[in-house]
Ligand binder design. Structure first.
Ligand code: GLU
Length: 446
């Protein structure tokens, strides 16, 4: 790495202490940009990278709410408005105890590049709270969401910042937040995506992230003349992304043998299919955040406290959370003959794991490319809201497929152009960076 980039990373670490995930995400991107900055000295002269790293705006606020026992609880809420060079800030809201300023900055940074890759006009943002939805009643979740929106509403809008779901935020939470926004603004607009179908939502949005991951992995496999047909797949997580990925991989003829939760993973040698896929939704709705129930119901093996990467599979789709697949997990996958690791979550593989997977010649895609289907269909939801019209399921699904195909094409072509054939990390980072950087250059020093 050049002295300039090394200094930049040191500065990021010094200026943003205690934000390890943010450092990790910035390092991963800058690692890919050496050549681009060499060829385009104008970016360095305009301090584009320094500006991309610094959020345009960080909002932090108090979220007080009353639990079912009548006690007053306080959580912290955030919205990171990272970059608006190519469109309004866009990105999910995460409710999870692991949420910190640093973890949201990493997610907002990733989102900026991901959204640029979708080909749609969306800037980057992310928000959330350290609120833990586990075990909370419906009333508690509603009161929390309403309180959260009582502050957030003044910072967002359909042409300013359009939040959506993420871990811990699904259709129910989007509904409660939308209701409060509408009441406060007296306005029915597409201010959030992931809305209910009968009040402005888009068909295929719930499935979009997981479907997109499988569409992207199919494109990757195709470069080696392979497909999902007859392959064994390990999926981690059992939330929205995992559900969509299991559904589509199964539909394409693969056998998905694992899903996981914070409690451990289950191994179903017959494959998670049919009614069992529906049961994933039921488990999620129970709000316990554990997969053991699947093992109890279908009488399959359950491995408490473990992750699914020790199972022998052809394809691994990490769809849970950041840094859930480490170097040892990567070794297991490689030794077991895995051919493809395609990220459904944001940054689920540690840098050491990514390095090992890449030098071992496996197909590997970073989440910012392969999980972009979710936000892409959010972009399509925004387009439908603007037109006050709804597309059919096929229309949306075909556009999603086309977008995943375009992202794959852009990544492979850019990687090759910059002398890193087959490297999806380089391809995704450079493609996303160029789009945002060029827009920033056009718009002056703002
Ligand atoms: N949270 C999702 C992501 O990480 C979706 C964001 C959106 O739809 O705005 O990309």
């Amino acid at each position: 790495m050049s002295g300039y980039l090394k200094d930049l990373i040191s500065e990021v670490k010094a200026k943003n202490p205690a934000e390890p995930e943010f450092h990790q995400a910035v390092e991963e991107v800058t690692d890919s940009l050496e050549k681009v900055l060499e060829i385009h000295p104008e970016y360095r002269a305009a301090s584009i990278l320094e500006r991309i790293i610094e959020p345009e705006r960080v909002i932090s606020f108090r979220v007080p709410w009353i639990n079912d026992q009548g006690e007053v609880k306080v959580n912290r809420g955030y919205r990171i408005e990272m970059n608006s060079a190519i469109g309004p800030y866009k990105g999910g809201i995460r409710f999870h105890p692991s949420v910190t300023l640093g973890s949201l900055k990493f997610l907002a940074f990733e989102q900026t590049f991901k959204n640029a890759l979708t080909t749609l006009p969306m800037g980057g943002g992310k928000g959330g709270s350290d609120f833990d939805p586990r075990g909370k009643s419906d009333g508690e979740v509603m009161r929390f969401c309403q309180s959260f929106m009582c502050e957030l509403f003044r910072h967002i809008g359909p042409s300013t910042d359009v939040p959506a779901g993420d871990i811990g935020v699904g259709a129910r939470e989007i509904g409660y937040m939308f209701g409060m926004y509408k009441k406060l603004r007296n306005e029915f607009t597409g201010v959030l995506t992931g809305k209910g179908l009968n009040w402005g939502g888009s068909l295929v949005r719930p499935e979009a992230t997981g479907y997109g991951v499988v569409y992207f992995a199919s494109e990757m496999l195709q470069t080696r003349g392979l497909s999902f047909e007859g392959k064994t797949v390990a999926v981690s997580g059992f939330g929205n992304v995992a559900w969509g990925a299991v559904t589509k991989a199964t539909e394409l003829g693969a056998k998905v043998v694992t899903i996981s939760g914070p409690d451990g993973y289950i191994f179903d040698p017959e494959g998670i299919n049919g009614e069992k896929i529906k049961f994933m939704l039921e488990m999620r709705a129970r709000g316990k955040d554990m997969v053991k129930d699947y093992a109890d119901k279908y009488n399959v093996e359950y491995f408490p406290g473990k992750r699914p990467w020790e199972v022998k599979v052809d394809i691994a789709l990490p769809c849970a959370i950041q840094n859930e697949l480490n170097e040892d997990d990567a070794k297991n996958l490689i030794n077991n003959g895995c051919i493809c690791v395609c990220e459904g979550a944001n940054m689920p593989c540690t840098p050491q794991a990514v390095h090992l997977i890449q030098i071992s010649g496996l197909l590997y895609s970073p989440g910012k490319a392969s999980n972009a289907g979710g936000v892409a269909v959010s972009g399509l939801e925004m387009a439908q809201n603007s037109m006050r019209y709804n597309w059919t399921r096929d229309e949306v699904d075909n556009r999603l497929k086309l977008i995943m195909h375009s992202i794959h094409k852009a990544c492979t072509e850019t990687a090759e152009r910059y002398g890193a054939k087959g490297n999806y990390v380089t391809g995704a980072n450079i493609t996303g960076f160029l789009k945002v950087a060029n827009a920033m250059m056009d718009q002056g020093i703002v």
